[in-house]
Design a protein. Structure first.
Lengths: 136, 251
């Protein structure tokens, strides 16, 4: 019997473009990419603080700049990106916390995620109400 | 009552190191019935069409963890995945992602086994105990803290789902870290200090970026992403609390 010698040569597959391989990875990359929107808005606010330090006219010009159509469009894009980012973190939040028990039963992951959503919505409504009240 | 034989196309990523430098796709047409798993499809190929096809399997009932492979790009136990769910085909089968392919659907598991041994996957008693002292007692809550992680069957689907492991094979990875947590979270165990060194390392929990796909694909609902990510908190506590503990104190 003709037996071939044992040949070994483990083949390592390339990782190029790995994040396009599965929709789950695309969603993960969306979470990571939208962090840039958080950074961008932190810069917008930081500029506001600097302009405030530079005096009243500088501050007012910054406020005017925020009212331009370009700025409005940017805010809209950032708002959507923030929503995606926040949602994705609340989705993974149960994985980052130690197990919790209530009344001898484990608190379900979906309860933790929904509590996160609810807290965000409540905080957003409270902030809007506060801003509304401040304006009037 | 006779029924006309239905067939499905199964494409397999073949790799025979003595024959080809790179894996190549090969197509087979396989007759199937509604109760046939992907593994049975492969067994049909091996038995009746092409005896050179290599793959691992043992129990056929999702308990041994041998038959993990990529089925249409997703990490699956082939014994637990049915051909009827993949109609009309073709079904594309590839060795588990992120592992070096040894031959056809067989991957190298050496690194995984080494890591698994490294975490000492057994209970290291807190203090020696004689039989006369009787059994250890645990509350249902103490049991719940580790029970799900003890369901791991070492099938490595979570590694095939983890891009961080694919990018850096040095990463301890979801399955082994989940088993590490299984023992650390056990009230009978006293090996925590030893295992924390593996957990705290850069290749430990901190290489995880919380993709979370490992928990999606786990056939045993171990939820390795939970084991890994809750230990980022434990690792941070381990780091900072040493500044607070008195000199010479045991952590």
């Amino acid at each position: 019997m003709n037996r071939k010698a044992v040949v070994r040569g483990p083949y390592v597959r390339p990782m190029q473009g790995w994040w396009r391989r599965d929709p789950f990875f695309v969603r993960y990359m969306a979470r990571e990419a939208t962090a840039l929107a958080v950074l961008a808005y932190a810069i917008v606010l930081m500029v506001g603080v600097l302009r405030l330090a530079q005096g009243e006219s500088a501050w007012n010009r910054w406020l005017d700049a925020l009212q331009t159509p370009w700025s409005m469009a940017l805010h809209l894009v950032l708002l959507v990106a923030f929503a995606v980012h926040a949602k994705s973190w609340f989705d993974i939040m149960p994985k980052t916390m130690p197990m919790m028990f209530a009344g001898g039963r484990r608190v379900a992951a979906s309860t933790i995620t929904r509590t996160g959503y609810a807290a965000t919505i409540a905080a957003s409504i409270a902030l809007f109400a506060l801003a509304w009240w401040w304006q009037s | 009552m006779s029924e006309s034989i239905r067939t499905i196309e199964i494409q397999v990523l073949r790799y025979r190191p003595e024959q080809e430098d790179k894996p190549v796709w090969q197509s087979y047409t396989v007759p199937f019935t509604d109760d046939m798993s992907v593994l049975q499809g492969l067994q049909h190929i091996k038995d009746d069409i092409d005896g050179t096809l290599s793959f691992r399997w043992s129990c056929r009932m999702a308990i041994c963890g041998s038959c993990g492979m990529m089925v249409n790009g997703k990490p699956k136990l082939s014994c637990q995945t049915f051909l009827r769910e993949l109609l009309p085909g073709p079904v594309r089968i590839e060795a588990l992602a992120h592992f070096p392919i040894e031959r056809d659907l067989i991957v190298s598991v050496d690194e995984f086994v080494k890591k698994l041994e490294g975490i000492k996957p057994y209970i290291i008693p807190k203090e020696p105990r004689t039989l006369a002292e009787g059994e250890y007692l645990q509350t249902p809550e103490q049991l719940a803290l580790f029970e799900q992680y003890s369901s791991c069957i070492n099938c490595m689907l979570c590694y095939a789902a983890c891009p961080q492991y694919g990018l850096d094979p040095g990463f301890t990875g979801p399955g082994v870290l989940a088993l590490l947590h299984r023992y650390n979270a056990d009230s009978r165990d006293g090996g925590r200090a030893e295992r924390m060194q593996i957990l705290n390392a850069e290749e430990g929990v901190w290489s995880c970026t919380a993709v979370g796909y490992c928990s999606e694909v786990c056939p045993k609902h171990v939820d390795p992403a939970h084991a890994v990510n809750q230990n980022k908190l434990n690792s941070a506590k381990d780091y900072f609390l040493r500044f607070l503990s008195p000199k010479g104190a045991q952590s």
